[in-house]
Design a protein around this ligand. Structure first.
Ligand code: GAP
Length: 464
């Protein structure tokens, strides 16, 4: 399976989905930039997420809060004290690792006897075989300074999650929107964690985006609402992201392994080429966060039930989604290699025929694909170009359109397959006379002759 990841990495770089960060300066380890196609794909994933979890629901309100907040927020949330991972350092080469990752890898080794406890002191360093010193906790918060003075009074932090912005604005949102429980506050935004061992491409990075919502409830209803969100999350993966549901693992976190404030947590894991690991999660956080912020800020964060007049601190169910991990899963699920007729030049209106070769095709759902349609004039001759460019401009009013006029039409089809464009529209010399174009379907490779006057209707129907 290792190759699947190599192929995704190579395609991502070659076609402009994801570039290594700061590449012309030798890069910056584990930092990545989204290229033109990656940006479009990410925008589409976020737009679908927003539509599904926010726009289409009457019980959700949006928010967009600051990345740098008053440090008291992180004191109250427990991040300054507890947001840490166990770090071990090799005494010989001074490489640093996450202790839990090393122990997890060790216990997954074939023949490993799970009855024998592994001690990090007994494990050789994977880099040099040296010995580890005992582990210590490493805080993941990114520190910075506000203003011109770099001293303790100006210390601030980049947020490690978007959730805190929603908790500290709970009262503002309640007062301005006059919502009743249950309701949610949602946001998508950048987050920063000084991870000890980032890696696996965009799976674990130090700068990443989260889409999450805090769903405020009466605690009496928590079990039913948790189930409702689990069902919605399943619907998201099945109906919108259209992934193979067998690649998901629903990991119920047992008692004793959950965060102390959580009464139920389910990690939604994915079978990545590098192992089964977390994709995103859902947690019942009880009233932990609002109580902490109420105590630390002195603000009354209670809710008054308009029917019973009962006053209480709402409880929270929090579904959280790593946008970059969703994008990685989207790439992995879309990637297909098929044997298909060679990409040698075929005139439009005909099937691609002849000998076969490997076709790489990204089978994104059409609304996630970076481009929905590519317009391809059969030749660069001005009479074709003018028609094709005007057509592309018309289509741009509806969808993201790519325009490609170089090399054989077969090669251009393959290029569009590789970036997942659902439809190619070829303008040929016959188009000038019969006012028709050839529309080619990415997945079936079937080509149809469609009157230009019907093209937008045709595409609207097929891209639904
Ligand atoms: N408010 C809850 C929260 O932040 P989390 O599990 O720590 O929960 C949410 O993070 C999601 O963010 C994870 O489920 C994962 O998808 C994503 N994520 C976490 N750390 C990440 C990292 N270093 N790089 C990329 N994505 C990450």
């Amino acid at each position: 399976m290792a190759t699947a990841m190599d192929e995704i990495l190579s395609l991502a770089k070659r076609r402009g989905f994801v570039f290594p960060g700061s590449e012309i300066y030798g890069g910056l380890a584990n930092s990545w930039d989204y290229g033109p196609l990656g940006h479009l794909l990410k925008q589409n994933i976020k737009a679908q997420w927003w539509k599904f979890f926010v726009q289409e629901r009457a019980d959700m309100v949006p928010l967009d809060t600051a990345i740098i907040m008053n440090p008291k927020v992180w004191e109250a949330s427990g991040h300054l004290q507890n947001f840490s991972d166990p770090l071990v350092e090799c005494k010989a080469c001074h490489h640093r690792f996450r202790e839990d990752h090393l122990l997890e890898a060790r216990s997954a080794e074939p023949g490993y006897d799970k009855e024998v406890p592994v001690r990090i002191e007994d494990m050789p360093c994977p880099n040099c075989g040296g010995q580890f010193a005992s582990s210590k906790n490493f805080n993941l918060m990114f520190k910075t300074f506000i203003g011109a003075t770099e001293d303790n009074s100006s210390v601030a932090y980049l947020r490690p999650e978007t959730a805190a912005g929603m908790f500290v604005n709970f009262k503002n949102v309640l007062n301005t929107t006059r919502r009743r429980l249950p309701f949610g506050i949602a946001q998508i935004g950048k987050n920063f964690r000084n991870e000890i061992t980032p890696g696996n491409f965009i799976f674990r990075t130090r700068e990443f985006e989260i889409g999450e919502f805090e769903y405020f409830i009466n605690p009496a209803d928590w079990e039913a609402i948790f189930e409702m969100w689990l069902a919605e999350i399943k619907r998201w993966w099945q109906d919108i992201m259209k992934i193979n549901m067998e690649n998901l693992v629903w990991h119920e976190i047992p008692d004793g392994e959950r965060a102390h404030y959580s009464k139920r947590t389910v990690d939604i894991e994915y079978k990545y080429p590098f192992g089964v690991k977390e994709l995103h999660g859902i947690a019942y956080r009880t009233d932990f966060d609002l109580i902490r912020h109420q105590e630390a800020s002195g603000e009354d964060l209670q809710y008054t039930d308009p029917v019973t007049n009962e006053k209480f601190i709402p409880h929270v169910i929090e579904p959280t989604f790593g946008i970059d991990r969703m994008l990685l899963v989207c790439l992995l699920e879309a990637y297909h290699e098929e044997s298909a007729p060679t990409s040698r030049s075929t005139s439009s209106g005909q099937a691609e025929e002849g000998e076969t070769d490997k076709r790489v095709v990204m089978k994104f759902p059409s609304y996630l694909a970076p481009y929905q349609v590519a317009v391809l004039p059969l030749s660069k001759k001005p009479e074709l170009n003018d028609v094709a460019k005007n057509l592309a401009n018309e289509l741009r009013k509806h969808w993201m359109i790519d325009y490609d006029e170089t090399q054989s039409i077969g090669k251009r089809y393959r290029r569009q397959d590789e970036i997942g464009t659902p439809y190619c529209v070829t303008v040929d010399f016959e188009s000038l006379a019969d006012k028709k174009v050839t529309v080619r379907d990415r997945d079936t490779m079937v080509q149809e002759r469609i009157p230009i006057s019907d093209l937008i209707n045709y595409l609207q129907e097929h891209l639904k």
